[in-house]
Design a protein. Structure first.
Length: 61
């Protein structure tokens, strides 16, 4: 979160608050949702195994 807040030049507290107000998600939950949605796409395409998709997207378990 610190890296992201520095990148957009906002305090992490303020960024966290406005992000949740805007998206309805915490930053972590939002990025996890994006990863899960991408995982669904890759699995539906059918050319990759679940383990491969997990590795591509950085899921450890």
């Amino acid at each position: 979160m610190e890296h992201l807040s520095k990148l957009v030049q906002l305090s992490s507290t303020y960024l966290t608050r406005i992000f949740k107000e805007t998206t309805g998600y915490s930053v972590i939950k939002f990025f996890n949702k994006i990863k899960v949605d991408k995982a669904k796409e890759l699995i539906i395409e059918g050319d990759k195994k679940v383990k491969e998709v997990a590795e591509i997207l950085g899921f450890t378990d």
